[in-house]
Design a protein around this ligand. Structure first.
Ligand code: SAM
Length: 371
């Protein structure tokens, strides 16, 4: 395969339509083909795969589908829930019970009940009244489902339909109100989603072991042993996952304040107001750009931990343009890796153009191979 083709798998686009992998849309995810390529590059056919930023579980699900053991961590309860639900063992009985539950679900619809709240704004701002009430009703109702697997599927279905049933879009690092956008009725979107999920379960029985998943901070965590890591950390691009996925997170946890709790644990790839920490020498040139100093300080801690966990691994990263400066994140991480004990090389790239008006600057995403 040519290098440029691999770069296409740095995004989630090729995963659309892939059974189970596409149950939840995470713009920042990569595709399962990237995991397949990385394992082949390392010549690894069995063993344990670690992902310190597991997101919606692309690495974990690929591992499970292909007979590897998986260990995944993330600071987002939403990411872990999505990964857990995608990687659970399902039986034909679960598929039948899901269909049965779906039929009776809306028959005793309640108008009053739990009210969904979110710390940054009230969710009713982004949803029509009927859709807001249906979301609240379904969120409460899934708790009553006895079959845990079916409850998980339904909750994931509900979380995944928020963008298409609301008047908002995710625009880079922010949620933007779009009153004129068409919003699908929750009932229709939910039914369609669950039916698609059940179809996937029947089409493909996943046979490998369920991964070990933990709510942990990759800057702190080193208590695992694996043969390889395959991962993608947050990019240096000002995306705060706790905000962009804040609606889903607050609906999942049913806690208004869930965003705040998560934000303090994220790799500082966005403005946080915190002090730099020690900027690693390899990034010294960029120390005046606050977000760069904190980002590389955090990534140094991550690499030190990875060195203890696995002898080799692949990390997909994006170079950045900040304050008019091109920051070669890939080269800096390779240099940092060397000091920490990893040999690093760039295994594949995807060229990009950053539109930083009035200029357009060439930049890229890369898969760094550490070993
Ligand atoms: C680029 S996404 C990973 C997507 C993943 N490769 C996939 O395909 O689903 C980065 C993830 O890092 C997580 N994250 C941010 N800071 C973290 C930290 N300190 N420790 C662990 N995970 C973190 C975010 O919640 C997000 O899910």
């Amino acid at each position: 395969m040519e290098t440029m083709e691999i770069g296409d798998y740095f995004t989630f686009e090729p995963a659309k339509g892939v059974p189970i992998h596409d149950w939840f849309y995470y713009k920042e995810a990569y595709s399962p083909q990237l995991v397949e390529w990385a394992l082949k590059e390392f010549g690894i056919e069995k063993g344990t795969v670690f992902d310190p930023f597991c997101g919606i579980g692309t690495t974990m699900l690929y591992a499970k589908e292909n007979g590897f053991d998986g260990i995944g961590i993330d600071v987002s309860p939403l990411a872990l829930f999505v990964t857990k639900t995608k990687c659970a063992d399902y039986s034909e009985k679960d598929a039948e019970e899901a269909e049965k539950e779906l039929k009776g679900l809306f028959s005793e619809r309640r108008e009053e009940g739990w009210g969904w709240e979110f710390e940054l704004f009230h969710p009713s701002r982004f949803f029509g009244k009927r859709n807001y009430n249906d979301i609240c009703f379904l969120r409460e109702r899934v708790e009553e489902i006895e079959n845990e697997n079916v409850g998980g599927l339904f909750l994931l279905a509900l979380l995944s339909i928020l963008p298409q049933t609301g008047f908002f879009i995710k625009d880079g690092g922010v949620l933007r109100e779009q009153p004129k956008k068409s919003a699908m009725p929750v009932k229709d979107a939910f039914k369609r989603k669950v039916k698609g999920m059940v179809k996937d379960l029947r089409g493909k029985r996943v046979s490998g072991a369920e991964p070990e998943l933990k709510l942990e901070d990759a800057r702190e965590f080193s208590e695992a042993k694996a043969d390889v890591f395959i991962t993608s950390p947050p990019y240096l691009n000002n995306i705060d996952y706790s905000k962009v996925y804040g609606l889903e997170l607050s609906l999942l946890t049913m806690q208004k304040e869930s965003t705040k709790t998560m934000r303090g644990r994220e790799v500082r790839s966005f403005i946080t107001g915190e002090s730099f920490g020690a900027c690693p020498p390899e990034a010294e040139e960029y120390v005046d750009i606050p977000i760069a100093g904190t980002y590389f300080a955090d990534m140094e801690r991550v690499l030190v931990n990875l060195r203890k966990i696995a002898p080799k691994g692949c990390m997909v990263v994006g170079n950045a343009v900040l304050g008019g400066k091109h920051i070669p994140v890939d080269e800096i991480l390779i240099e940092m890796g060397k000091r920490i004990g990893f040999e690093g090389r760039i295994g594949a790239v995807k060229e990009r153009v950053a539109d930083v008006r009035p200029q357009k600057l060439r930049t890229r995403e890369s898969a760094i191979m550490f070993g």
